[in-house]
Design a protein around this ligand. Structure first.
Ligand SMILES: Nc1ncnc2c1ncn2[C@@H]1O[C@H](COP(=O)(O)OP(=O)(O)OP(=O)(O)O)[C@@H](O)[C@H]1O
Ligand SMILES: [Mg+2]
Length: 375
């Protein structure tokens, strides 16, 4: 990686926009393989923590703990391509401390350590639209929460088993999966649980067997609350249980919503992002009324955001217009680092610990924790 000053083009053009490297999470391997250009645009979009603003509810720059926030004045990795990826309004965003959603970007504090664990808050990662970042967000939000000392259980609730694959598990080789836990009376969760390479994070894996559950559950009594019953014995052991839903609003997804306290809806910043969201919110409301009064929409997570394209910015503006405060301040940028992590079978927080993608999911974890604690 080039040192500061080696690339005058990048240095001049980029000015003071930069990201502090995440010292607490750096590993030498990652430093060698990092591609700052891939993440550069996202840095700009998120660089809303600049000093000198007069919003008193923001912690002042000097008071913020090191290594956990975007710092426009910190050392950065000069990159000639980086200037080209600058968001047109990055400077304004920085000056006014506005986040990518166009709202003032609050500071989300680093959560303190826990002295005891549980009972778990259950989050369903849900959107019936395919390929919007549900699985990616489940893995990386989970890993970031685990890094902050939370005990996390991830539930693969998609027969495709993408969550399991993303954590390095081959679903075809599994004898026992979440399917057995759902359908076999007396099956203990311990027999199905897998430890992941991330400390504090376990997995209930799935594979194609789970597709049979959708049909078999139909004739069961209280078929919508089967997952809720299966997770009950695990509640005391975890702080967060995150369920990765399949892209449909069928019985499996209704089971996830019935078990959950909160829903996170990832939305890709692309054409038709909002198409189908009305049906999703309707389904959430129905589950709320009939099956699970505790359920609430925690937030809408904008994913695959590219601040370089007008289109991406427009979609995000529309999403904020439609959902207002429900939209997380944290926005996940588009970067090839995410597909790479799937191949590597690990979260971005360990695969590219000091990347902007990892930082974004850490910020999301802090925002989710802040929302939970604000209640
Ligand atoms: N922020 C991102 N930037 C670039 N690529 C991404 C990002 N997030 C996810 N991807 C990639 O997009 C694809 C779809 O993501 P993911 O599998 O997380 O979506 P999904 O909603 O779970 O999909 P499905 O509905 O099929 O379960 C994957 O190849 C993933 O690596
Ligand atoms: Mg998925």
């Amino acid at each position: 990686m080039p040192a500061r000053g080696q690339s005058p083009t990048g240095l001049e053009a980029v000015g003071s926009v930069a990201v502090r490297t995440f010292a607490a999470h750096q590993s030498p391997r990652m430093t060698q393989t990092a591609h700052p250009s891939m993440d550069g645009h996202h840095v700009n979009a998120m660089a809303g923590n600049g000093s000198g603003g007069n919003h008193t509810h923001f912690a002042d720059y000097d008071e913020l703990p090191e290594g956990h926030f975007y710092d426009p004045d910190a050392e950065y990795e000069p990159d000639p391509e980086y200037a080209a990826t600058l968001a047109p309004d990055a400077a304004r965003q920085r000056r006014e401390r506005v986040g990518p959603t166009g709202r003032p970007l609050p500071y989300f504090p680093i959560p303190g350590p826990l002295t005891s664990h549980g009972p778990a808050t259950i989050i369903a990662m849900c959107n019936q639209k395919g390929g919007v970042g549900k699985t990616t967000s489940t893995i990386n939000l989970g890993a970031a929460l685990a890094e902050y000392g939370r005990r996390v259980l991830l539930v693969d609730f998609d027969p495709q088993g993408a969550l399991s694959v993303g954590l390095g598990v081959n679903p075809m080789e599994l004898d026992l999966t979440v399917y057995n836990l759902l359908m076999e009376r007396g099956m203990a969760a311990d027999e199905v649980l897998l430890k992941t390479a991330v400390p504090n994070m376990d997995l209930l894996p799935s594979n194609i067997d789970l597709s049979a559950a959708e049909v078999q559950l139909v004739s069961e009594v209280a078929r919508e609350s089967t997952l809720q019953r299966a997770l009950k014995p695990l509640m005391a052991d975890y702080d967060y249980i995150v369920i990765d839903c399949q892209p449909s609003l069928g019985l499996l997804t209704v089971n996830a919503l019935t078990a959950a306290h909160k829903v996170i809806v990832p939305l890709e910043c692309e054409f038709f992002a909002l198409r189908g969201v009305a049906l999703l919110t309707e389904t959430i409301e129905k589950v709320q009324e009939r099956l699970n009064p505790e359920l609430e929409l925690d937030g809408i997570l904008a994913t695959m955001y590219d601040s370089r394209t007008v289109h991406s910015r427009e979609v995000l503006a529309r999403v904020v217009e439609a959902f207002d405060d429900h939209v997380y301040h944290t926005v996940i940028g588009r970067t090839v680092r995410f597909p790479e992590t799937t191949v590597a079978g690990e979260p971005i927080t360990t695969y590219a610990s000091n990347s902007v993608g990892a930082a974004a999911y850490r910020q999301l974890a802090r925002e989710v924790l802040a929302r939970c604690h604000a209640e």
